[in-house]
Design a protein around this ligand. Structure first.
Ligand code: AMP
Length: 128
């Protein structure tokens, strides 16, 4: 249900909101005031970590439009801290965020996937 502003409402029952509230566990990699990083429950690469902002943002677009400067800076600093902490930068990695239906977003809380640990192949599958 959109808010009066036209901004879609954030559903605070989503699984990442529940992880942030400590209602369900996660395999935590990193946490600070702005972000939480944890291992994906169904990894699609040898390293598959999710980084999420602590605030209630639906997607990259919602985050970019509505988050404060401090939240935006803090979140992307946290992503860089995680890639350094996990030692991903020399061999390389992929950062990806799915947005909405065509993007294949399943969890409506903005998150960045970090994939690493093997050659990751094509950026987008040919079809599907
Ligand atoms: P997306 O399709 O971009 O919304 O990705 C959602 C991701 O969240 C998927 O890769 C799921 O495997 C992952 N996921 C769902 N539930 C959990 C959970 N409880 N802990 C960790 N990862 C999860």
């Amino acid at each position: 249900m959109p808010e009066a502003s036209g901004r879609p409402a954030y559903d605070d029952t989503n699984v990442f909101a529940r992880i942030l509230r400590g209602e369900i566990p996660c395999k935590r990699v990193y946490e600070d005031a702005f972000a939480l990083a944890f291992h994906d429950i169904a990894p699609q690469a040898p390293v598959h970590v999710l980084v999420i902002p602590k605030g209630p943002y639906l997607s990259l677009s919602d985050f970019g439009r509505h988050a404060s400067e401090a939240e935006i800076a803090g979140f992307w600093r946290a992503v860089a801290t995680v890639t350094a902490q996990l030692g991903l930068e020399d061999a390389g990695y992929r950062a990806l965020t799915n947005i909405g239906q065509d993007g294949g977003q399943e969890v409506p809380h903005f998150h960045v996937h970090l994939f690493a640990g093997r050659r990751l192949g094509r950026m987008v599958p040919a079809s599907g």
